[in-house]
Design a protein around this ligand. Structure first.
Ligand code: WT7
Length: 668
């Protein structure tokens, strides 16, 4: 085993009582005979993939995708951890998502049912979406964007987001989506890191019935000299006034709208970069996760078909994730369209104009596959089952979960209330809990709904062709009934190819903790059946409502405020959001502790620096922070305080009176 990375020194194998209880789950829900009989994949896939993993993926690549040039080698792993999949192959992602379905006679099939937050709707058939993407491709090219250029995308959940991504893919430009909830500052650092040439944005969107702006953040992000952006394309969405930079800014309607609808897609190398997506790591600076084309599309398409049991002619699929996250890339923009599915896209929040909005959408479009996050499910639980009961949810036949561990209570509620149409259905829909990451690009651990007997709370089994394991400190496989670290032992098609501009950080972050294995950063346990239970991150990464944030990132935002001398952030258990951000700050000597005012100011400051999702739920002003002799903050102890527990072993503190000082200051 090699040296631990600096950020990983505090990592501990998960243990404790809560963890032991998980293995006592013995409810099982086997697929119904009818479901199993009609399932698109069978148990045979596991054996087939085990027998020859590369051959299995080569078969999927050729069956699910259309290559303009066939590949000559399935996997080149001669220079780990830098993998090459489908070597020599050429493929166009947009052609696969669009044109080929039209050519196959499915041009009239609905690709997207769009439901705007104010209630406006739009429907795009495959033929119409293909036309829009061709126009956008021509428009971007006319603005000087060529193969390999980076395009930053800062858009709400509207069809133009999908159109933009596919138009970039079509011309070989690399998109870098920045979630619309991130601040101007976060946007600026991502635009600069990727050296984007074009930004695609909107005037704004709607949030809870009110217009909300996006364009001002782009203007702020570009307010400094030396940035690389030449043009900004602006979708008119909410009609708000915007500042206009003549020569730089262009309305979508004037550029894309006026462009030709003729555009021929050419194949790009299987390893041509498709996109960069920034995600939080253990240090302050977000990492630009790089994904390439052939492998990413193959695993996305395969998992979308197998895990959701997709029947593209009849299913209506709805993934509620925003396109700003990896789920919105893989399971909104790419895989569903590659597979020729019909999907719903919704712009707003679940509570607008009322708490039954989602269920009305399910009823209206007869959604049959719903993919969402545990935090949403727990929120609906809190609102009560009477709300979904007002809608007819009988169309639902598969339910997916992603983003964080789903607790067995939420799992059962999801099954009975949503999958069981409020108890009106004889056999509730199966739930697939899908574990994966921005880095893995596609789902890695999940039941197959027509094969696996599901277990509330467990993601259970690696997908066919995926080699996941749970290992101890030394990298040895743990026996059933034991916990450890989640690793991936063999390369997989949709794996990240690197961190943008930082190959060393790529090796160090993922490949140095254990020899020849990818370290995911998650703790996990194998139960007596060998099923995998995810136990949360073992590093300094937090998971707030399924969104990834690093403690270091928020700490550096806090200390950038003139009143703050030092800050430590922890993710404390939260009933609804999984974890909540709790910050401990030491104020500067000359800063006046104005109580609530300073706390409010600091919360707003974090929101401005990173985005509203990073706003600490609680900020506690303390006189000291618990540190080891080497100066490392012992977040474990702060977490005990934040979660209202007795403080654990503090013997390695440099100053053993610190925890008592903190306790005294918080009592005041
Ligand atoms: C982290 C990755 C994958 C899309 C959304 C999140 C946690 C993700 C599960 C799950 C338990 C999960 C892990 C992982 N996670 N899915 N089904 N059960 N934990 O992507 O932002 O890259 O975060 O989310 O901790 O490491 P991400």
């Amino acid at each position: 085993m090699s040296q631990q990375t600096p950020g990983s020194t505090a990592m501990q194998a998960p243990q404790g009582d809560a963890f032991e209880n998980l293995s006592q789950e013995n409810r099982r829900f086997a697929p119904s005979a009818e479901f199993a009989a009609n399932a698109v994949v069978t148990a045979g896939e596991y054996a087939e993939a085990d027998a020859d993993r590369p051959a299995f993926w080569a078969k999927q690549a050729r069956e699910l995708l259309s290559w303009s040039k066939d590949f000559t080698q399935t996997l080149d792993w001669s220079n780990p951890p830098f993998a090459k999949w489908f070597v020599g192959g050429e493929i166009n992602a947009a052609y696969n998502a669009l044109d080929r379905h039209v050519e196959a006679g499915h041009g009239d099939r609905v690709a997207i049912y769009f439901e705007g937050e104010p209630g406006d709707t739009r429907t795009y058939t495959y033929a119409q979406l293909t036309e829009e993407v061709k126009k956008a491709a021509n428009a971007f090219e006319s603005l000087g964007v060529t193969k390999g250029d980076r395009v930053a995308v800062y858009l709400p959940m509207i069809p133009e987001a999908v159109i933009t991504l596919l138009a970039c893919a079509r011309i070989g430009a690399i998109h870098s989506v920045v979630f619309g909830g991130f601040s101007a500052e976060a946007l600026r650092s991502r635009i600069d890191d990727a050296e984007a040439k074009l930004v695609v944005t909107a005037d704004g969107t709607y949030r809870r019935g009110k217009p909300s702006a996006l364009k001002p953040a782009v203007d702020d992000a570009l307010a400094h000299d030396g940035h690389t952006v030449q043009n900004v394309v602006v979708v008119k969405r909410n009609g708000q006034d915007v500042d206009w930079h003549e020569g730089r800014d262009h309305w979508w309607a004037d550029t894309v709208g006026a462009a030709s609808a003729e555009h021929t897609a050419v194949g790009h190398d299987a390893e041509h970069p498709l996109f960069i997506l920034y995600t939080s790591g253990t240090t302050g600076k977000p990492k630009g996760i790089l994904h390439t084309t052939g492998g990413y599309l193959t695993q996305g398409a395969y998992t979308h078909k197998a895990v959701f049991d997709l029947h593209p002619e009849t299913d209506v699929y709805w993934c509620t994730a925003d396109v700003g996250w990896i789920t919105g890339h893989s399971y909104v923009a790419y895989a569903p369209l590659i597979n020729g599915a019909t999907q719903v896209m919704y712009e707003g929040t679940p509570d607008s104009p009322h708490q039954g909005r989602w269920w009305e959408i399910v009823e209206k479009y007869k959604v049959s596959i719903l993919y969402t996050a545990p935090t949403a499910i727990r929120t609906f639980m809190k609102w009560g089952k009477e709300i979904p009961a007002k809608s007819d949810l009988s169309s639902i036949r598969v339910l997916g979960s992603v983003g964080e561990p789903i607790n067995p209570e939420a799992w059962m509620w999801y099954r009975e209330v949503i999958g069981g149409n409020g108890g009106r259905k004889q056999t509730p829909a199966p739930i697939v809990d899908t574990w994966w990451q921005t880095e893995t690009g596609a789902q890695m651990i999940a039941p197959l709904p027509g094969v696996t007997a599901t277990k509330p709370g467990s993601a259970q089994v690696p997908l066919p062709g995926i080699a996941v394991d749970v290992v101890d400190e030394l990298g040895e496989t743990v026996p059933n009934g034991h916990g450890g670290f989640l690793v991936i032992r063999e390369p997989w098609p949709a794996m990240l190819r690197g961190i943008w501009g930082d190959p060393e950080r790529f090796k160090e972050t993922y490949w140095s903790r254990f020899e020849s294995m990818y370290f995911a950063g998650d703790g996990a346990k194998k139960d007596e059946d060998g099923d995998i239970w995810l136990l949360g991150r073992v590093d300094d990464v937090m998971n707030i409502s399924g969104h990834r944030l690093s403690t270091a990132e928020i700490e550096s935002a806090l200390v950038s405020h003139p009143a703050v001398a030092e800050a430590a952030v922890v993710g404390a258990a939260d009933e609804t959001t999984g974890q909540a951000v709790v910050a401990f700050v030491i104020l500067r000597g000359d800063a006046v502790d104005t109580g609530d005012d300073i706390v409010q100011e600091l919360r707003n400051h974090v929101s401005k620096e990173i985005g509203p999702i990073a706003k600490p739920k609680t900020i506690l002003v303390v006189p000291e922070l618990p540190k080891t002799r080497s100066g490392k903050i012992m977040r474990r102890l702060l977490k005990d305080v934040a979660e209202g527990r007795e403080v654990g072993d503090a013997t390695t503190l440099a100053d053993n009176t610190v925890m008592a000082q903190i306790a005294r200051s918080l009592k005041k």
